[in-house]
Design a protein around this ligand. Structure first.
Ligand SMILES: [Zn+2]
Length: 453
């Protein structure tokens, strides 16, 4: 159980997310839709930055990985072969007293007697398998032959395109195929804000290799992925690695690590790094009758490659970043009185807005013109925000609360009115330390770019 302070912290985070436009309930004006969320103007930037950085380090900065973007609807045969149609389910129990539908592992066990956690009732059904895939029909007829599912994971598109991508990319083992995209699971009890949602996004890499390389690559990718989270600003000591015991792993997996994060609502999984052997490609080769083998030109051998899969949740990572960044400290207000300051201490790399630009006063034409000039100068290089309304201290606070790492203020020194030496310089304010430095406008792009890279 999490402490009350963690509970309060989470409530503050949820409220900030809505108030400042990070995350809204889906279909809110109609009462929402459970397990679905919309990202607002700031949330979408944060999410995009996470995906772009993942793509950069997993695809662009490597010679051995290529990308793809698969369709969400696939031939139903994919889900038969992958095992999802038969086994992708949670055991579920109904409470006959209050009609609650519960996951079997959520049933309370009181002195050996099973109880409904909602009403305390003891009249429960036996557990039944509940498939987590969303079923739909393709085309005009709604019968057995037109059934398919919204994909519950992005990985299968990679496996079924393995041969095509191998041919066009001319990659040699080991190599990987990366994909970012939406996936859908009809969770029985969506909970913990965006953590367990019914519609979510995944960032998955399938890294194909020879059987004898599998275990080493599992260790390699675990290390790489831990580095990724630290590079976007998550402290190593709030990340945990769970070595999933054999009896809890998928039967075909020779090793699985869960990377977990210390959320205010408890330690929960961000990513699974799994060595899946040759299970997936073998299943699809068997079911499709098409060869998914790799031909090794050196040894003249043909075999089905093994695969190591780092599979991360985008929404979970975004939530972890917000939880990690949220902090409160003390800062003086306009009159010098100390007040609580809410700050999102995002790593500049993922911050939705990189730099805010302020004219000291909005009724001084030269200040405004100069500030807008700086906005135009920075805009091709980063996401910037212009704000002229309210006292400067208020404007800083608004940016602190959404995690903007840098603030540029145009004042009378900028215009050279006080000291000619200071002409065309601005103050650059650091969000975390609140310290200000005087920098030349001509150096801004270089200075800021190097700090947000
Ligand atoms: Zn009940």
């Amino acid at each position: 159980m999490s402490a009350p302070s963690d509970h309060q912290r989470m409530e503050k985070i949820v409220s900030l997310c809505k108030r400042r436009g990070f995350i809204f309930q889906s279909s809110e004006i109609y009462g929402g839709l459970n397990g679905c969320w919309d990202y607002g103007p700031l949330g979408v930037e944060l999410k995009r930055n996470v995906k772009n950085y993942w793509w950069r380090v997993m695809v662009h900065e490597r010679d051995d990985v290529v990308g793809m973007d698969g369709s969400i609807l696939m031939n139903c045969a994919v889900w038969k072969a992958s095992g999802h149609e038969d086994t992708f389910s949670d055991p579920m129990v109904d409470c006959r007293s209050c009609k609650a539908r519960l996951r079997a592992d959520q049933i309370v066990n009181k002195k050996g007697e099973k109880q409904c956690p909602v009403c305390g009732g003891k009249d429960l059904t036996a557990p039944r398998a509940f498939n987590l895939m969303f079923k739909t029909y393709v085309g005009a007829t709604e019968d057995e032959s037109s059934i398919t599912y919204l994909r519950p994971e992005t990985a299968q598109a990679i496996f079924v395109q393995f041969k095509n991508i191998l041919e066009v990319s001319r990659k040699k083992l080991p190599f990987g195929i990366a994909q970012i995209g939406k996936a859908f699971r009809n969770e029985i009890n969506p909970r913990n804000f965006t953590f367990r949602s019914r519609e979510f996004e995944q960032m998955e890499l399938e890294y194909f290799c020879r059987a004898e390389e599998g275990m080493d690559l599992l260790a390699y990718w675990l290390k790489e992925r831990l580095k990724f989270y630290q590079d976007i600003g998550i402290a190593r000591d709030r990340l945990h690695v769970l070595d999933v015991p054999e009896d809890e792993r998928a039967f075909y997996s020779k090793g699985t690590f869960d990377i977990e994060y210390e959320f205010p609502f408890g330690r929960q999984e961000l990513e699974g790094v799994a060595y899946r052997t040759d299970y997936d490609l073998s299943q699809h080769q068997k079911a499709s009758g098409k060869s998914l083998e790799y031909f090794d030109e050196e040894t003249k051998q043909k075999f089905i490659p093994h695969v190591v899969e780092p599979s991360a949740g985008v929404d979970r990572t975004v939530l972890a970043l917000i939880c990690e960044a949220y902090s409160e400290d003390e800062a003086p207000d306009e009159k010098g009185k100390m007040e609580t300051r809410v700050v999102l201490r995002f790593h500049p790399r993922v911050a939705p807005i990189k730099c805010a630009v302020f004219p000291l006063l909005k009724n001084k034409e030269e200040l405004v013109a100069k500030a807008k000039e700086i906005v135009n100068l920075l805009r091709p290089h980063m996401n910037v925000f212009y704000d002229e309304s309210g006292a400067i201290g208020r404007r800083y606070r608004r940016q602190d609360e959404i995690g903007t790492p840098f603030g540029v203020t145009v004042d009378f020194e900028t215009l050279g009115e006080k000291d000619a030496v200071l002409r065309d310089t601005v103050t650059l304010r650091d969000r975390d330390s609140m310290k200000q430095e005087r920098v030349k406008i001509s150096e801004l792009i270089h200075l800021l770019s190097s700090r947000i890279a």
